[in-house]
Design a protein around this ligand. Structure first.
Ligand code: NAI
Length: 722
């Protein structure tokens, strides 16, 4: 293997550059670790070297963390614990080196990468938007396992460390300097020179005692020392730990053990010192790594990464066409979101609606989204101006002659959609692509009448567009492969996780959501309490309950989408009486401040509206359905439909279905997705439960043929080791 570390000794300072040449990012693989140990040996013995600087040869990444593939290959908690102890020993050694090491950080410094930086004698971050520091382990169901839970709190204080470790969030250089996470921030152009200078100064300051001394050259170390004093109070710390635990439990409903384990590891360090803290960290890392939750979260990590490399069609995939200017039809809620995220990625947007007032409203909505990024300092005022300049509005089709892609987001009405399509086609260049953001209408129906049906497809975004990570690209049998690769590449450029879905009513996400919501509403028909249904499904792991969701998206919107789905799929999707009656009573949900729940002036959800029961078939809340029954009915209705989507080829793979459900409709990530959930319970058990339910509620729970077949063969969607 080609070496990944190159060493250049300049005036007694070893300038070490890490570059894993055959990979896009630097990760801590076993091979890198081995080479790193050899480097430390050399630094220890080479009397001509007094200090070292660690740089990355990659433009955007310093060290992205551990090699997740290697973690997955671990077979047991004991193996994972062992790996953690190895990492800890390495970091301890770095910290105790005769030759101080300066971490010169340019680009992403994540997980094990940051743990290494924490063990270095001095940290300098470059002023580069790509320089981000984080300990994202909890997002994979893990905890930092190479001393991070012990070193970080000493550096940034207890609360600062909890904030980083429990959320996994990115810290930018400026903030890192304020909190004491790094000692200095410099322009990337002088990072190397300054790092070498600091290394020499550290060596001059001499010996190991330097760690206790104020560091030379530090521009500023605000806050950190002060905070350390505050956190140095056992009583105060006990309160902080208790609050962190309570908040974590409230947020995770106890489904995610890793954040609690991280709190325990940090706490042990505070109570019993570093050695016991590290011991706790290694053990807890081992348990976390072997947990089902970590397996599911790591699966999702790999599945989304694989989608990033997926062109959307089988090989040979035609290269995507360039997209530099798009047209967006409809400046409403979705159109504005699409325009905003496109401008953020440097794409020109021509924005059209039927009248000037609506266009102005749309532009204001775009501004709001971009302004949020300005306020949170993710962009500079100049970038804000540049992005806003990319969006222009019109009430006719001027400016559409030069667009490469049109995204239609007008009313959900087939006639309107067909009409705007033929209007815009008349002015577009011949190879322009037409995408509809319809939520339910089959693309084939919209494409009927198009002069170029092979250039028509669906781009189904989720609301709110700037926050929701999923994009369903809906393809018809006629869609040209290059149109698909172009739109998939464009979706990725917008930062979305893209799945390909075959054209059919409801596509994938809304199709599996429909029976889930319908089942929840049927339980209301039977007299279940609104909040009991919501609570049970939140306890299952959904971010909000199904009835709250209906209020959020709009009861009218849910009703309309339910109609399309029930027309297409027949009796098993027959709408509930409850939803129909509430809609007939003129309640539209949160937007009209009248739904199943009460809303205050600001639109904030209050309790269930007691008058709602007067509209429901039983006239009151009289059922005492348990959580397990509520969860079983709603969730099985959803996963059974997901299996049908796979069986019918609406989905390409179980992976697409799992990623789509988690990122599109909030299926609990720790369960991996509907197909992983079926595997966890076993197809046989799922079929048995479906049959029982179908006896009670025919034909809503008739098992999908695919599930029957799998139950018969005792098959799984994923091999056991996945
Ligand atoms: P909206 O009502 O906020 O916006 C629709 C806009 O289209 C309005 O500004 C309207 O004036 C404009 N419009 C109507 N006819 C037009 C024409 N001939 N030319 C140009 N503009 C025209 O609706 P929303 O929520 O933005 O939905 C738009 C589309 O996105 C619908 O197809 C909807 O099903 C779909 N969608 C909606 C989601 C949601 O959560 N709201 C999620 C995913 C898709």
């Amino acid at each position: 293997m080609t070496p990944v570390l190159t060493v250049d000794v300049r005036d007694e300072v070893a300038v070490v550059t890490l570059d894993v040449s055959d990979a896009p990012v630097n990760t801590f693989t076993r091979a890198v670790r081995d080479e790193f140990v050899a480097l430390l040996d050399r630094l220890d013995h080479d009397q001509g070297v007094r200090a070292a600087v660690l740089l990355s040869g990659k433009a955007d990444v310093w060290i992205a963390g551990a090699d997740v593939e290697e973690l997955v290959a671990l077979r047991s908690a004991a193996d994972a614990e062992q790996l953690s102890r190895l990492g800890q020993a390495l970091m301890d050694r770095v910290e105790r080196m005769r030759t101080p090491i300066v971490a010169a950080i340019n680009g992403a410094c994540m997980g094990g990468g940051l743990e290494l930086a924490l063990a270095c004698a001095y940290r300098i971050a470059s002023e580069n938007p790509k320089t981000l520091l984080a300990l994202p382990e909890v997002q994979l169901g893990l905890i930092p396992g190479a001393g991070g839970t012990q070193r970080l709190p000493r550096l940034v204080g207890l609360r600062g460390a909890l904030d980083m470790i429990l959320t996994g969030k990115n810290v930018r250089p400026k903030k890192a300097l304020q909190t004491g996470l790094v000692d200095e921030v410099v322009h990337p152009a002088i990072l190397r020179e300054i790092a070498i200078r600091r290394a020499r100064e550290l060596a001059d300051a001499g010996g190991r005692d330097r760690l206790a001394q104020p560091r030379p050259g530090a521009r500023r170390r605000t806050g950190a020392t002060q905070r350390l004093l505050l956190d140095d109070n056992a009583l105060g710390r006990a309160v902080v730990f208790r609050q962190a635990r309570e908040q974590t439990l409230a947020r995770t409903h106890g489904h995610y053990p890793a954040p609690l384990a991280a709190i325990d590891a940090i706490r042990t360090g505070y109570l019993h010192g570093r050695t016991r803290g590290l011991d706790a960290e290694a053990k807890l890392f081992g348990t976390a790594a072997a947990s089902d939750v970590a397996q599911q979260l790591i699966f999702l990590f790999f599945a989304t990464n694989a989608l990033k490399k997926d062109p959307g069609v089988p090989p040979p995939a035609p290269p995507p066409l360039p997209v530099t200017k798009i047209g967006v039809l409809g400046t409403g809620f979705m159109g504005a979101g699409i325009a905003a995220i496109s401008a953020q990625r440097g794409v020109s947007v021509r924005f059209k609606d039927t009248d000037h007032t609506r266009v102005l409203k749309g532009l204001a909505a775009v501004r709001d989204v971009i302004d949020d990024r300005l306020r949170s300092r993710q962009i500079t005022p100049t970038e804000f101006d540049d992005q806003m300049m990319l969006v222009s509005g019109t009430v006719d089709y001027t400016g559409f002659r030069t667009v490469q892609l049109v995204i239609e987001a007008v009313f959900e009405d087939l006639d309107v959609k067909r009409r705007v399509l033929s209007e815009v086609e008349a002015v577009l260049p011949p190879d322009a692509i037409l995408a509809s953001n319809t939520s339910t209408i089959p693309i084939e129906r919209i494409a009927t009448g198009s002069a170029r049906p092979e250039r028509v497809l669906g781009m189904h975004f989720f609301s709110p567009v700037h926050k929701m990570p999923l994009l369903e690209v809906i393809v018809t049998p006629r869609t040209d492969p290059q149109v698909i690769t172009t739109v998939v590449a464009f979706g990725k450029r917008l930062g979305k996780t893209v799945i390909i879905v075959r054209d059919s009513p409801g596509f994938y996400a809304n199709r599996v959501l429909a029976p889930y919501i319908n089942e929840a509403a049927k339980m209301l028909d039977e007299g279940a309490a609104v909040d009991a249904v919501d609570r049970a499904l939140v306890a299952f792991g959904f971010p909000v309950g199904p009835i709250t969701l209906v209020d959020e998206v709009g009861i009218d919107v849910a009703g309309k989408s339910g109609e399309v789905i029930s027309d297409a799929y027949g009796p098993r999707m027959a709408p509930s009486l409850s939803l129909q009656r509430v809609l007939a009573a003129g309640r539209f949900g949160r937007k009209g401040r009248k739904g199943f729940y009460l809303y205050d002036e600001a639109g904030k959800k209050q309790g269930v509206d007691p008058t709602i029961y007067g509209l429901l078939p039983t006239g009151a809340n009289r059922s005492i359905m348990g959580d397990a029954e509520i969860q079983r009915r709603s969730v099985l209705a959803m996963v059974n439909e997901a299996a049908r989507c796979l069986e019918e080829g609406v989905l390409r793979s179980p992976q697409d279905g799992d990623v789509g459900a988690v990122f599109g409709i909030g299926f609990p990530p720790f369960r991996g997705g509907p197909f992983r959930y079926i595997d966890t319970l076993g197809a046989e058990a799922i079929v048995q439960q479906l049959e029982e339910l179908n006896d009670r509620f025919p034909p809503r729970f008739e098992p999908a043929a695919l599930l029957l077949d799998m139950a018969h063969k005792r098959a799984r969607f994923y091999p056991i080791s996945d």
